[in-house]
Design a protein around this ligand. Sequence first.
Ligand code: COA
Length: 190
Amino acid sequence: MNQPAIFDTNRLILRQWLASDREPFVRLNADPRVMEFFPTLLAPEESISMIYRIEAHFEVHGFGLYAAELRQDHTFIGFIGLNIPTFDAPFTPCVEIGWRLAAEYWGQGLATEGARAITEHGFQQLGLREVVAFTVPANLRSRRVMEKLGMKHDSADDFDHPQLPSDHPLRRHVLYRLSRADSSSSAPEA
Ligand SMILES: CC(C)(COP(=O)(O)OP(=O)(O)OC[C@H]1O[C@@H](n2cnc3c(N)ncnc32)[C@H](O)[C@@H]1OP(=O)(O)O)[C@@H](O)C(=O)NCCC(=O)NCCS
């Protein structure tokens, strides 16, 4: 399989994971601000396992959740990329776009900037017809990124996350979709 692409945006490099990303990734997943809309904080070994799973996904599919670093000083700030969910839902199989950044770097348009490069790659190079994104209704920051990418929310697509117990407060999710056709015509500015 070809080497996965590396992306340069104005302010970011999206690349394969390095051993030096592990420590800041462990910190990021242990930060209650970052994990507010996830069931639990991650223990260090869970963060490392997640990196292994991400790397395995790249091996199998040639794309995945890229490590994101700042171009100006090469600081690792989180991930932005594409992922194939492993659970069954009415909208699967699908390719989702995902993002998780350290809280110090929020609010500067970085997630949107990286996600734009990734969706364009997905549509133009990988030939995807659609990407989806999902989160809990209260995750307004993430939903705003989806909206800025031009993704569309139809409440008929909302779903209960099958990997959470039926009474879990984070079970309900909203789904956003972006088709290749819509992406080329109408993505709004950041
Ligand atoms: C979601 C996340 C990646 C966004 O990263 P980011 O780089 O701050 O995103 P951007 O700056 O590109 O856009 C964030 C938008 O949310 C808006 N926003 C921030 N806080 C908000 C709030 N409380 N309510 C509504 N909108 C909010 C910002 O104003 C910005 O929109 P704008 O450009 O129109 O002003 C980041 O908050 C994060 O990593 N969160 C924790 C992990 C997570 O929840 N991941 C998503 C799981 S689906």
